[in-house]
Design a protein around this ligand. Structure first.
Ligand SMILES: *Cc1c(COP(=O)(O)O)cnc(C)c1O
Length: 355
């Protein structure tokens, strides 16, 4: 790729890669040798650097800590059998980061900074991209406010960073989920469609209560009536009723998932009817009762597809069909895994080669 920004590179003297047990990787705990950083000051992005992964020095009045002007992205790089390093739809993450920035009153990051930073960082830390089933390098780009100021207003200064780390499978087991009818993740007019820190902080308490009741995750419903299904945990959620794939339409309260888009695109390619619309809890529970609900699953970068085994609503548990017999979600998982490593033809130009 054409180099459009100048990056100052400081390499580690000794790699930490030998300290990582690649066969037992815990999500989000291991970080590669280097990180990319850029600073926003005086109305522009500058100071592009790749440096050894290290702690940050922050002023205690840092406004991101107090008021949460902080946004992030999540994507993955894969190593295939030809030893190539492939990244899945990074342009979409760059776009969504700009959309999140707009909502949170933060400066947009030009795509060329995102892409060039990502490219250079992955080139340098390519040894950290694992090969093998379900393994990948998780990539976490993020932007946060850097003003040392306790007044409530948009910060004038920001930092953009990319950190990466190897990961294995995320949820391997089908999950039990509970329809949440008290708490909300997002509200109309709120920040639910932005990948911003506070949304995740707000979801921790309801998720903890659900876990104490024996569920892995929640199904979030609309904040006004708790009658319509929005997402599941930090994933978009889809239902197969007959030959129809149904999911909530995106808007203020729903994150525009990239895996969601892939699943809908492939399902359409394969001749399924796809409906993006309001999905009522009643409709899903009725379909579960009369056996028409064939599949329910979450979509997201971390796990790609997470099968839902049990849905609980108002104290009643509905068991869904055996995961082994679920044709669509299993095919989606297989197809996406194959596209990501270049085994299946990449008809929609989703794969971006780094090395
Ligand atoms: C990131 C995220 C998703 C999934 O988005 P992908 O682009 O598919 O990874 C869905 N819902 C929420 C709330 C998220 O934060």
């Amino acid at each position: 790729m054409v180099e459009t920004i100048d990056i100052k590179i400081e390499k580690v003297t000794h790699s930490r890669i030998d300290q990582v047990d690649f066969d037992n990787i815990v999500f989000g705990r291991n970080f590669s040798d280097h990180m990319f950083t850029a600073d926003y000051k005086n109305g522009e992005w500058a100071n592009f650097q790749i440096v050894p992964y290290q702690d940050l020095k922050l002023n205690p009045a840092n406004s991101a800590l107090h008021y949460g002007q902080s946004i992030f992205e999540g994507l993955k790089a894969y190593r295939n059998e030809k030893n190539e390093v492939l990244v899945f739809r990074p342009d979409q993450n760059a776009r969504r980061l700009r959309e999140s920035a707009m909502r949170m009153c933060m400066p947009e990051l030009p795509e060329e900074i995102f892409m060039t930073g990502l490219n250079k960082l992955l080139e340098l830390d390519s040894a950290w991209v694992p090969s093998g089933k379900d393994k990948s390098l998780y990539i976490r780009p993020f932007i946060f406010a850097m003003d040392d100021y306790l007044g409530i207003r948009p910060s004038d200064t920001y930092k953009f960073m990319i950190i990466t780390g190897p990961v294995g499978a995320y949820y391997s087991e089908p999950v039990k989920v509970k329809v949440e009818t008290r708490f909300s993740r997002a509200v109309e007019g709120g920040t639910g469609a932005a990948k911003t820190a506070g949304n995740y902080a707000a979801s921790l308490y309801p998720a903890k209560l659900a876990q104490q009741q024996g569920y892995h995750q929640l199904i979030w419903t609309d904040s006004k009536e708790h009658r319509y299904i929005e997402e599941s945990g930090t994933m978009n959620v889809m239902f197969l009723i007959g030959n129809k794939l149904i999911t909530a339409n995106t808007g203020d309260t729903i994150l525009h998932g990239i895996t969601r888009d892939c699943a809908l695109t492939l399902a359409r390619d394969w001749g399924y009817e796809v409906e993006e619309r309001r999905v009522s809890v009643n409709e899903i529970i009725e379909a579960a009762k009369n056996g028409e609900l064939k599949e329910a699953f979450g979509t997201g970068t971390a796990a790609t597809i997470t099968h839902i085994a049990v849905i609980s609503h108002e104290g009643i548990e509905y068991n869904l069909p055996e995961v082994g017999g679920r044709t669509l979600s299993n095919r989606l998982l297989q197809e996406l895994d194959a596209i990501k490593v270049g085994i299946t033809e990449d008809k929609h130009n989703w794969v971006y080669r780094i090395l």
